[in-house]
Design a protein around this ligand. Sequence first.
Ligand code: NAD
Length: 321
Amino acid sequence: MHKRALVTGGAGFIGSHLCERLLDEDYEVVCVDNLLTGSRNNVSHLHKRGRFSFLHGDVSGPVYLDRPVDLILHFASPASPFAYGRYPIETLRVGALGTLNTLEMARDMRARFVLASTSEVYGDPLEHPQSETYWGNVNPVGPRSVYDEAKRFAEALTATFRREHGVRASIVRIFNTFGPRMAPDDGRVVPTFVTQALRGEPLPITGDGRQTRSICYVDDIVEGVLRMAQADTMGPVNLGNDEELSVLELAERIKELTGSDSRFVFTRRPTDDPEKRRPDLRLARSVLDWSPRTPIDDGLRRTIAWFEEILAEEQEPQAAS
Ligand code: NAD
């Protein structure tokens, strides 16, 4: 008998890679997604592998499964500032009600549960790098709070279900992740820079571009999540890359790797945009024996190749007409 996993948000960027990897690990995979920010295209190639099913559903409401699962990976949530700015109430609902519903399922099915939390729980951090013992600097009423506070509440729920109901529940705090299947228009730095560079259009740098980001390739994050699912700890455990780049350096690398002659345009920094971001990975290294392995340039090359295909597909109908 195959082990059975439920991936909420499985038709999204990270979720689709998780579904694929779980199939590689011999799991039967149920992907539930309401397609708010994800796409069926992200998982359409998985149907032919068998043991994969897609359920169109909203986990902020009740979800019914025909059979229990052994593992729940709760990844449903808009994730980029653009996406949660567009869907603020949905973001609060899925962080709160979606997490409550999936934790209740984990309790009733005695399933292992992993919550996808975020580095955004640290807000605009006053401690650098950010370790799991830092409690964060979050504006509870600012525009980003719909995401930050929903995830903080989701963490509180997860910790409480572990304490009160003995659910084998864990929390990973994921830092900026990049790779194939990111939505081209989601406003995050990597897809924005890559698509603009490939189109030969200007790369928008917010502020003076000296603010930093640490970006981690999606395969490494997937490996970390699966190690967490096997581990015996609640966490929270940071997953990300501790190589820190300024936004300007990242733009320059992408420009070079795409061979683009796009210029840079400098625009206003969004409200509460964090100044610095870098995970302290000591806990991930000690409890999960995990570190990011993919060099940033390798990950960027794979991501650029994927966006090249997507942009070419977009142009095909126009070329035909
Ligand atoms: P994504 O938008 O590509 O994927 C999220 C998926 O969840 C989408 O397919 C969306 O349709 C689905 N979804 C949203 N609300 C839902 C609901 N109520 N019911 C069912 N499905 C719903 O985003 P992503 O980048 O893949 O992020 C996945 C998870 O990882 C999120 O929880 C996010 O907070 C977390 N995370 C991502 C990053 C990152 O850099 N990408 C960083 C930190 C944390």
